[in-house]
Design a protein around this ligand. Sequence first.
Ligand SMILES: Cc1cc2nc3c(=O)[nH]c(=O)nc-3n(C[C@H](O)[C@H](O)[C@H](O)COP(=O)(O)OP(=O)(O)OC[C@H]3O[C@@H](n4cnc5c(N)ncnc54)[C@H](O)[C@@H]3O)c2cc1C
Length: 461
Amino acid sequence: MLTNNRLIKDLKKDLSAENVLSEIEERYAYAQDATNARKIEHLPDAVAFVETTEQVQRVVNIARKYKTPIICRGAGTNVVGACRTDHGGIVLNFSKMNKILDISRENMTATVQPGVVVGDLQKEAEKIGLYYPPDPGNLAVSTIGGSIAQASGGAKTFKYGSTKDYVIDLKVVTAKGEILRTGSSTIKNATGYNLNSLFVGSEGTLGIVVEATMKLIPQPEAKKVLMAYFDTVEDSVNAVNAIIEQRIFPATLDFMDKNAIQTVEKFYPAGLLCDKEAALVIEIDGFKNSMEYQQNIIVSILEQCRASAIQYSTNEDEYKKIWMARHSSMGACAKLKPNVTTDDVIVPRKNLAALVKGINDICKKYNLTVCMVGHVGDGSVHPQIPIDYRDEDEYKRLKKAKSEIYDLTAKLDGILSGEHGIGAEKRSHIHKVINGIALDYMRQIKKTLDPDNILNPYKIF
Ligand SMILES: Cc1cc2nc3c(=O)[nH]c(=O)nc-3n(C[C@H](O)[C@H](O)[C@H](O)COP(=O)(O)OP(=O)(O)OC[C@H]3O[C@@H](n4cnc5c(N)ncnc54)[C@H](O)[C@@H]3O)c2cc1C
């Protein structure tokens, strides 16, 4: 307790009192993230709001002095317990370090602070005809720092890649308080090890991102979304492969199963066709005069693949309505029971149909409802499982089902996370897909960069 008081006093001295939260209610609010863990067992000691790199360095020095963890926090939207404070410590909150420092039309890059909201960067880039495609599912809140740390992907990954493909330089405060630069301002870089890649997806365990330079691309002139319905899941997956085989490259190839369609329609009516087994949400974009051509080819492939109905957006409102329906799936699922969990297993596309069927079989075996959505163009599936955490038996069944879903994913040559990360939630399963030698090297990298284990400890492995 005495140490705790001294830690808070030091933080208040270095950051000013209004930037440090230490009341029990405040600490409780920052012990969790969007993972919706069953119980909150440990609170952080304090929450520190920072605005400058120098303040981040000061917090690191305090954490080193007290050998206490630092858990970085953007918007807390990750769904793997990456912000959980299982070992106490200081939550380093970046919501006030949120300036877009520069957008260069000439270089097609943006340099931003970590707390910048991804959707805000997109809007600013659009003003000068540029585009930042990664969309971590919650554009209005997720931050650049959090999406770098989780290697976030989203619906546009199929055509445009994920966050990792856009990072060209990071300014990082290390666990020793030094400042490390991982890249350069240039679009290409073959100079030394690729440290950008090391930090992307490191979930705040290797260093603290205080500035990021991201690549931008030209904004597509036009976009449109189609929703194609199928009477079997297999037909919908076959249609994905058929579209790709024709070398058509939609911006998005997303999926919703019958449960997801019906649940969304029940709580957020959007005119979805509830009698269908599966739907694909397909966005096309590009030059205005290419839209009709792309649409015609895709529609003819969909028809050949037995699509039983197709809806199109003909204006911005309809475009938003279809996307709102797709993005509402987790919110809708959360209305079925008091809690909801999601996941993001991913397999090579050829094994996708087997993965979807296998997840359904596992959930049936354990008497769990599952609403499945996913970025099927990438082979990625989000099984969303509504659950009542107060029901001990249901919770045990959920744990068993999850473990079997990971076993199945490994068997199908897949990996545990395509875009959400591992965090605290999946760390006990990582050995199923990463071999022991690779894990040992990961541990050595962690030890080299963070010898005192203060940066988001006991996450990932
Ligand atoms: C409904 C819903 C749908 C979603 N859909 C998708 C989806 O389609 N695709 C997808 O990829 N994700 C999806 N997500 C997950 C989530 O949106 C991402 O993980 C998000 O990018 C995290 O951003 P954040 O700002 O909330 O980070 P946080 O959750 O606050 O933090 C995430 C991690 O980043 C670390 N961190 C934060 N800032 C820094 C920093 N400056 N330096 C170092 N480490 C830092 C934290 O310690 C933590 O480990 C979804 C989540 C929800 C709730």
